[in-house]
Design a protein around this ligand. Structure first.
Ligand code: GRF
Length: 197
């Protein structure tokens, strides 16, 4: 978990599901000298990410909807000295309290090229089905800052992949996931280290 005295930036990873991105981020920063995964925050008692937290020995915070909406669990995150919140497959809207407590310090990954195919209900297969229906020839990932609207804040990075007419949502989801796994952790590192220069 936290890599010791030299750590300058402590991340909290928020996830609702399988956690494949969480795992990639943990692997990327495992031996990092200045950035560490300090906490995993989860809203879903059946999420695969819970096992990841246990296996990796990373503190896990299970959250509850009403309290999240009312408090954003800001006190817990401040207490854990979190510098950056990373939404890695987290499905609840982030409440204003949390956005204001961590200005420009919450980022999300979305499995399409925003501003298209975002917003409430646009997650998982629904996103890729919408892209397929549109006839677009490209999809990809968007890493962006989080504000109070779903999939809305300023864009940090986009990476594209092709969409072929013979694809289906499952095939496209895999292609997009490869981009997530390839670029998300790197983008987080660049963002944090850029703040220093
Ligand atoms: C990813 O596609 C991410 O873009 C989206 O939720 C999915 C999470 O997948 N926001 P996983 O739980 O990291 O495997």
């Amino acid at each position: 978990m936290v890599n010791g005295e030299s750590v300058k930036y402590r991340m909290a990873l928020f996830a609702s599901g399988a956690g494949s991105n969480v795992q990639k981020i943990i692997d990327h920063f495992r031996a990092h000298t200045s950035i560490a995964v300090a906490s995993i925050v989860c809203n879903n008692p059946n999420a695969g990410v819970i096992k990841i937290a246990q296996k990796e020995n990373i503190p896990l915070l299970m959250i509850e909807k009403k309290k999240f909406q009312e408090t954003g669990y800001v006190d817990k995150l401040v207490e854990a000295e979190i510098d950056l919140i990373v939404l890695a497959g987290f499905l609840w809207r982030v409440p204003a309290k949390l956005v204001h407590a961590f200005p420009q310090k919450i980022i999300n990954i979305h499995p399409a090229l925003l501003p298209n195919y975002g917003g409430k209900g646009m997650y998982g297969k629904a996103v890729h089905e919408a892209v397929m229906r549109s006839g677009d020839s490209e999809s990809g990932i968007t890493i962006h800052y989080v504000d109070e609207e779903y999939d809305h804040g300023n864009i940090i990075l986009q990476k594209k992949c092709a969409v072929h007419p013979m694809d289906d949502a499952t095939i496209l989801a895999k292609r997009v996931q490869q981009l997530e796994h390839q670029y998300f952790a790197e983008a987080i590192e660049a963002l944090l280290l850029e703040k220093e220069s």
